[in-house]
Design a protein around this ligand. Structure first.
Ligand code: DON
Length: 548
């Protein structure tokens, strides 16, 4: 948490060294994109559970204020892609052959990585600095090392992570030298990763997708039974998309379109909630939580049925944003009685949880705002470090409807629109969002990890800022709830009192508890205080301000 005076530039990120790297770039005169790219590469070194070169992500920005061409709202999709040899039944077949975890653990779980292409494309398209300026800080952290953080050490030392990671020789060499998790406080140097970063500095996108690094990936795929080919890597392209736009109490929010479900769900939930009167005193009341849960339930029903990669399926965005349909869905909400999810869908999965994705928010001195969420999916992705490169691969293939009818890592039961197909991107919940005020200035930059809880968390922080009149700090720290239609249960953070939970039970909700949701990184303007960066106390990040 931070509550310092206004600085013209602010970075909020889940790891302090990476936040400092971004602040340095701003101090050197870089814009918010330069800083975001530098933070992205730094997190790949300092926060290996989620920061990455071998994963993917989304960037949403309101940028261009320093240029003559003027402001624009942009969205860059650098999500992983299914390899060309992927098939809809590949994980069902793997399960029949005894590999129940094939979409999560090991080589077959990895999609073609998008992060390097995404970051370098953002820099070339909208940044002002060169690759060496923004990537070298990460390279130095990898080459010279940094003190292993408590957070990463604890994750590595956890028994299930440890036993899964140590199955892969290169992973064990990087993270378990001598068989033990790199100790907290010890100097953690990553020589191979430094060399990979140097190659990317020198060669740009081909430094990862062509040549030596690509060869290492393909050789490792063949060795470990994965599918990513030379052609898959050469063919990978980030895609610039049009952000989803939706009105807020004062202003307009921009968030990620499919293949993220974030923007559509946020737009749907906001539109439905607009039909209800809410006042600040409702915050943390059972009545408000019920209303939010019902709105969430309705939107997730659509998410799981309609959404997928828009380059492969028609997501019917017109239908999903149709004001009449949303009004009728909102009208079906009863004030103190649940609507069973079975009215929308049928199966009842159980929830499994995992925590690792990471979000960072940047505002520069020009007032540009950049919001990036990036992930390997589960902690440390598929747990495979590509030998000779120092980076981990993702397990993003599990975000597809990997085994139809069965819940994924996040308990989501998804439909045919999100079936695996060659070259297709798995549906995501990552929701990097930028909120503009009615004058078009950046009012807030928002985002968090948390699988499907990303969407509902961003929704609640937006609500706190725009309709409940909460401060940036309280919007983030306020207890969070989550409903994703299936399983038909309302998840409450532990800090919500049991008396509130009991009231919600009388409305018909089945209550589940979770200790904490998310690791929010918010920058927002607060009346009389200027820009305020808020790093979620649930995580271990930092806010960095610049005075120029
Ligand atoms: O794209 C998605 O929705 C997931 N792969 C995000 C995973 C995630 O947030 C895990 N961290 N808590």
């Amino acid at each position: 948490m931070s509550n310092k005076p206004k600085g013209p530039g602010v970075i909020a990120a889940a790891e302090p060294l990476a936040a400092a790297v971004g602040a340095d770039i701003l101090k050197q005169g870089g814009n918010a994109i330069d800083a975001a790219v530098a933070v992205g590469f730094a997190l790949a070194v300092t926060y290996p559970a989620a920061g990455n070169l071998g994963g993917g992500g989304f960037l949403v920005g309101s940028i261009g204020r320093e240029s003559s061409s003027g402001t624009s709202q942009v969205a860059l999709d650098f999500r992983e892609e299914a390899p060309g040899a992927a098939t809809a039944d590949m994980y069902t077949l793997a399960a029949e052959a005894g590999h129940q975890q094939a979409s999560l653990l090991g080589h077959l779980a990895a999609g073609v990585p998008g992060s390097v292409a995404g970051m370098v494309t953002a820099l070339e398209r909208w940044g002002t600095m060169n690759r060496r300026q923004v990537i070298e800080p990460a390279l130095l952290l990898a080459r010279d090392g940094f003190e292993m953080t408590r957070r990463t050490h604890r994750m590595l030392a956890g028994s299930s992570t440890r036993s899964q990671m140590r199955r892969f020789e290169a992973t064990a060499e990087v993270f378990y030298p001598g068989g033990k998790a790199v100790a907290e406080g010890s100097l953690f140097r990553q020589g191979d990763l430094a060399r990979t970063l140097e190659t990317i500095i020198e060669k740009g996108i081909p430094g990862f997708y062509d040549g030596e690094v690509a060869d290492h990936i393909v050789v490792e795929m063949k060795r470990g039974g994965g599918l990513i080919s030379t052609k898959d890597l050469l063919d990978y392209r980030p895609v610039e998309r049009t952000p989803i736009q939706f009105g807020q109490a004062q202003g307009t929010a921009y968030s990620m379109p499919p293949p993220s479900s974030g923007g559509i769900c946020l737009a749907q939930m906001s539109t439905m909630l607009d039909r209800f009167k809410i006042v600040g005193t409702d915050a943390e009341s059972a009545k408000l939580y019920h209303l939010l849960a019902e709105v969430m339930r309705r939107s997730f029903a659509d998410r799981n049925q309609y959404l997928g990669d828009p380059d492969h399926v028609d997501c019917q965005l017109g239908l999903l944003q149709d004001p009449k349909r949303l009004a009728s869905r909102a009208a079906s909400i009863q004030r103190s009685k649940v609507t069973a999810s079975s009215e929308f869908l049928s199966e009842e999965p159980t929830v499994k949880e995992s925590e690792q994705t990471t979000h960072y928010s940047v505002i520069d001195k020009h007032g540009n705002g950049v919001s990036v969420t990036t992930t390997l999916n589960g902690s440390f992705g598929c747990k495979v470090v590509v030998p000779g490169t120092g980076f981990l691969l993702n397990n993003e293939m599990d975000d597809f409807t990997a085994r139809p009818g069965e819940p994924n890592l996040f308990g989501l039961i998804q439909g045919a629109a999100n079936a695996v197909a060659p070259g297709k991107r798995p549906l995501s919940s990552m929701s990097p969002t930028v909120l503009l005020d009615s004058a078009g200035s950046v009012h807030a930059v928002l985002g968090t990890p948390g699988g499907p809880t990303i969407i509902t968390n961003v929704f609640q922080v937006l609500l706190g800022l725009t309709r409940l009149g909460l401060s940036p700090e309280s919007s983030v720290t306020a207890p969070k709830i989550h409903h994703q239609c299936l399983p038909d249960q309302l998840t409450l953070e532990a800090t919500i009192p049991s008396s509130t939970a009991r009231t919600l039970e009388t409305f018909g909700h089945t209550i589940a508890r979770r200790s904490a949701m998310g690791d929010f990184q918010l920058i927002a303007t607060a009346p009389g205080r200027g820009l305020v960066g808020v790093c979620d106390p649930r995580g271990g990040g930092a806010v960095s301000y610049t005075d120029r």
